[in-house]
Design a protein around this ligand. Sequence first.
Ligand SMILES: [Ca+2]
Ligand SMILES: [Ca+2]
Ligand SMILES: [Ca+2]
Ligand SMILES: [Ca+2]
Length: 289
Amino acid sequence: MYNQAGTGSPTIINKRTPMFGFVPVSGATILLVDDDGSGFRSWWDDYSEWFKSALADAGYIFSYWDTYEAGPPSPGDLAPYSIVIWFTGDDFLTTLPPYERTTISSYLSAGKKLFITGQDIGYYLNEYVRYSVFAPSSDAISWYNTWLKAGYVFDAINEEIDDNGLLGVLALAGINGDPISDPSGDPSPDNEMMLVIWDGDGADNQYFADGILPLGGSTAIFNYLDEEGDLFTLDGVPIAGGIRFPSPVPAPSTPYRLVYLSFGFEAISDAGTRAELIDEIIKFLNTGS
Ligand SMILES: [Ca+2]
Ligand SMILES: [Ca+2]
Ligand SMILES: [Ca+2]
Ligand SMILES: [Ca+2]
């Protein structure tokens, strides 16, 4: 690396990284897009290590793109990859501006696969851009509904009260029979993945985990729990923290595949679960099951 004095070894560095913030890996079919805004705002942390470790632990190779250093990727930058993993961390101000939405929807239009995760993607597109003079955007909600196949319910699960008068908590239950969140394939309803998104060796950053509902052909893969460990419901409907598209599986006519977590994957409280879940997500994106 260059040091403060400007000395160092630019020749070696340039061989490894043709441009700052983009680290291509030969043969990689996955592109990890770090869009958490770290570096842009001093109070936003970098969560890339949780993703890099989970992918490495699950045995995947991937290229890496940091939007802060390399700028936002263009559709052409994503096109060589069959799967894009895009995370937004704590960013709620520049989460998915119009140019990033255009890049993502053009990528999906080409029949590609996306895993996108962040606690304020729903908040940003459904609330922030409506009221902010800095990012006015009349089509943000319809883009969200159309491309991320979700309806936005609320900004922070741990501030909401359910049908039983109980607070939501930072924990989610998988869905019996789901190819991602019930990976054992056991039809009994007591062996799905359970996610705690606080403490442990996770990022511990979920102050504003969005609540969502599946929409437009998607289905829930994780639902939030309340403080007694029951499903968090509003008017009898469980509130989701993750969806997949398409549903049912398989749906060969579906133009693209998507997994959207409305909380930050980085906060899942243990490394083994993060590796298992990212593996199940990638398998679903690759095969549809
Ligand atoms: Ca980062
Ligand atoms: Ca962004
Ligand atoms: Ca939120
Ligand atoms: Ca099961």
